[in-house]
Design a protein around this ligand. Structure first.
Ligand SMILES: NC(=O)c1ccc[n+]([C@@H]2O[C@H](COP(=O)([O-])OP(=O)(O)OC[C@H]3O[C@@H](n4cnc5c(N)ncnc54)[C@H](OP(=O)(O)O)[C@@H]3O)[C@@H](O)[C@H]2O)c1
Length: 255
């Protein structure tokens, strides 16, 4: 099978229907890329969706955020992160999606935004998640990365934080399982979003990643969203502390 047949399959990903009617959900970084795709599938499944972004208002974005409640949030502001979590009386699904890369000079900031804020938001949402009305209980989905597992000469703070996300996911799962809160993560491979635009546009980088990926293509945000929906659903009711790799097979090849 060549690249072209795999590329054409990318557009035909099957739809599984979930019912999240009445569920209250929060997706950080829901204004773009993976977070926006997650917000859209949750909306389609009947959930109430709150998204966060760094800009003042939802009208500051080109993306269509209709149907979502918008909250401004800078993850570097940990007090604001706590306030956001505490503002929910009940929450059924928390998706800690927002993240960003930073230069090595901004190591601490990278850890704060990509790891510490995830812990603070999860902890401050805990009472609301305990009150989940979902049959499978409240659920947290964190977004990890290939950089959770592999060394890279780029973005040391981002890589360290994403590695920490895998461990934090296990810890929160163990801590809060008794309260009916499941915590899982998705380790995303190379997905075409604003964050990876520069690499996608660089033909040599684009082709190198495609060549290293058994499914011979980049992933789409919707393919991460499908995994997030599954992990939040009763179909994953016995899954907690797990990091689901969604990478087209990138991580199974030893080259
Ligand atoms: N794309 C990939 O290949 C890939 C692979 C592995 C993991 N991931 C992870 O997937 C997640 C989503 O990334 P993406 O590729 O979808 O990127 P994206 O399209 O650039 O979206 C990033 C989102 O995070 C928000 N954000 C960025 N910095 C923030 C901050 N300091 N405080 C609060 N919100 C902030 C952005 O808000 P604004 O729109 O306001 O800037 C945006 O909503 C990230 O955690 C990323 O590390 C991505």
């Amino acid at each position: 099978m060549g690249d072209s047949s795999n590329s054409s399959r990318a557009g035909t990903a099957g739809r599984v229907h979930y019912d999240f009617s009445g569920a209250r959900t929060l997706v950080t970084g829901g204004t773009s890329g993976i977070g926006l795709a997650i917000a859209r599938v949750l909306l389609e499944a009947g959930a109430e969706v709150t998204v966060t972004g760094t800009r003042q208002a939802s009208s500051d974005y080109e993306a269509d955020l209709q149907g979502c409640t918008y909250r401004q949030l800078d993850l570097a502001d940990l007090e604001a992160v706590e306030r956001l979590g505490q503002s929910f009386e009940r929450l059924d699904v928390l998706v800690n999606n927002a993240g960003n890369t930073f230069s090595s000079e901004e190591f601490e900031r990278a850890i704060t935004v990509n790891l510490t804020a995830v812990h603070h938001l999860s902890r401050s949402c805990r009472p609301a998640l305990q009150r989940s009305v979902l049959q499978c209980g409240g659920s947290i989905v964190n977004i990890a990365s290939m950089m959770s597992f592999f060394g890279s000469p780029y973005f040391p703070g981002y890589g360290a934080a994403k590695a920490g996300i895998v461990q934090l996911t296990k810890t929160c799962a163990a801590l809060w399982a008794g309260e009916g809160i499941r915590t899982n993560a998705i380790a995303a491979g190379s997905i075409k979003t604003r964050m990876t635009q520069t690499y996608c546009d660089d033909r040599s980088v684009h082709d190198l990643i495609t060549a290293k990926t058994p499914l011979a293509r980049w992933g789409r945000p919707e393919e991460i969203a499908a995994a997030a929906l599954f992990l939040s659903s009763s179909g994953a009711g016995f899954i907690t502390g797990h990091t689901l790799v969604v990478d087209g097979g990138y991580s199974i090849i030893d080259t």
